[in-house]
Design a protein around this ligand. Structure first.
Ligand code: ADP
Ligand code: ASP
Ligand code: MG
Length: 418
């Protein structure tokens, strides 16, 4: 039986943690499994490398050229941990070797910094693991032509799921610093509860609006390829791993909740474009401009004022893209004909997610009332079939999470309760 095990940054933060990860691998290998291990860079290392790239001086003449070197630099963290884990395993008497993205090869498109996986040529690696060798794969990285690419922050999860699909693995176990997926980030709210099973659909929505425990793309891939995906803690004893969370099809879940999880996303910014002429084609002009610059827009609210013959447009963009978005719109101000623009980084997006929303009324009303009762003002709202997101001021983030968690009955029962 083949399996994939992935260890995140905190789980390989130093040699001691790498030795600990090796004990988890040992248990599976001793159990007769063919193992691919995917590793992240040591905790904090990718941030350090990103900062070095930023510090390295003026941008290269072409943005793409800079992105290529960004990938050359930031992918190196995973090269180090894959080699170190292979060494530790060898030291324990196992046959193991490291595999970089280009050695597999794990082929991606050339969207440097956020590349998508196109193909994994797995036969040599499968031959190695079926012959009893442990393959330690550097996560987060791939190759496009002759250049290294990276898969976007948190991308080792996606490497792991893609490897699992490519080799037909029985399971893909994601070992991290929490013992599963929780009803909300357990570091934000102590009353959060571990979820035993969560549907692919809900996990996908949770990841896409801030639950960074899994990269969104990894859940998408697991859903498409029916990969059995689990989230587990590398801080549990290696010989007694916990239950973790299984991400599975909805019909494998017995206990269905109306709301399964609540998320917080801090890295968005709000843009308000004021007095846009109320004419056909104006929204298209604004959003085409941003779309052409590859800036993702979300939570669009238009408030027309018929008497003034104009409308205000409010939306969010990733905080990192705010300056670019503002510069583009400012340059097109006269052409579009709006009167002014405001932007605000001091906002967060809070979302509630649950498949039960499909069949239950009143979920949105509960959210708005709960926030209203706490005096929290809602700026923008967006919904999908199984998710409601609101934009609120940053200072109310924790209060909103706590209040909503309780309102939807997600709080952990107090200690001592039956
Ligand atoms: P790794 O380095 O192992 O990939 P990450 O930091 O990327 O780990 O993801 C794990 C973190 O995700 C946890 O430490 C936790 O703070 C955060 N997190 C956010 N939302 C959730 C959630 N709903 N359930 C569990 N963890 C969450
Ligand atoms: N090391 C990369 C990051 O920090 C990839 C990962 O950890 O999944 O984003
Ligand atoms: Mg991660």
């Amino acid at each position: 039986m083949r399996i994939v095990m992935k260890f995140g940054g905190t789980s390989v933060a130093d040699i001691g943690r790498i030795r600990n990860a090796a004990r988890f691998v040992k248990r599976e290998v001793d159990d007769g499994k063919s193992v691919v291990v995917v590793v992240s860079a040591m905790a904090g290392e990718t941030n350090r490398l990103v900062a070095l790239v930023k510090d390295a001086g003026p941008p290269a003449p072409a943005l793409d050229a800079r992105d290529i070197e960004y990938d050359a630099v930031v992918s190196s963290g995973e090269q180090v941990t894959s080699g170190l884990l292979a060494l530790v395993l060898q030291n324990m008497g196992y046959r193991a070797r490291s595999w970089q993205g280009w050695q597999i090869p794990l082929e991606t498109d050339d969207a440097h910094g956020k590349a998508r996986i196109l193909r994994i040529q797995s036969p040599p690696l499968v031959e190695a693991i079926d012959g009893g060798e442990i393959a330690v794969v550097a996560g987060f990285q791939g190759v496009a032509g002759a250049r290294i690419t990276t898969l976007g922050r948190g991308g080792s999860d996606t490497t792991a799921v893609a490897m699992a699909a490519a080799i037909g693995a029985e399971t893909c176990d994601i070992y991290t610093d929490v013992d599963g997926v929780y009803t909300t980030d357990p570091r934000i709210h102590k009353a959060a509860r571990r979820i035993d099973r969560i549907s692919f659909e809900e996990m996908l929505e949770m990841a896409s609006v801030g639950a960074k425990v899994l990269q969104t793309r990894s859940v998408e891939l697991a859903m498409a390829h029916k990969v059995r995906l689990r989230v587990l803690s590398s801080f549990d004893p290696p010989d007694q791993p916990g239950h973790g969370t299984l991400i599975c099809d909805e019909d494998e879940i017995v206990e269905k909740k109306i709301v399964s999880g609540i998320t917080l996303q801090r890295d968005e910014a709000n843009v308000n474009v004021l007095s846009v002429p109320d004419e056909p084609g104006k929204a298209a002009a604004i959003f085409s401009l941003l779309g052409a610059a590859n800036i993702n827009v979300d939570m669009i609210v238009q408030s027309p004022s018929r008497s003034a013959g104009s409308a205000n447009l409010s939306f969010t963009v990733p905080e990192l893209e705010l300056d670019r978005a503002v510069a583009l719109l400012t340059a097109a101000k006269d052409q579009i004909g709006f009167s002014a623009m405001q932007s605000d980084k001091n906002i967060v997006k809070v979302s509630v997610i649950g498949v039960g929303m499909k069949s239950h009324a009143g979920v949105a009303a509960t959210m708005f009332k709960t926030l209203g009762d706490k005096g929290i003002n809602i700026r923008n709202i967006s919904t999908s079939e199984i998710k409601i997101s609101v934009l609120i001021e940053s200072e109310y983030a924790e209060l909103a999470i706590r209040a909503l968690h309780q309102a939807y009955g997600l709080d952990r029962p107090p200690a001592g309760a039956p």
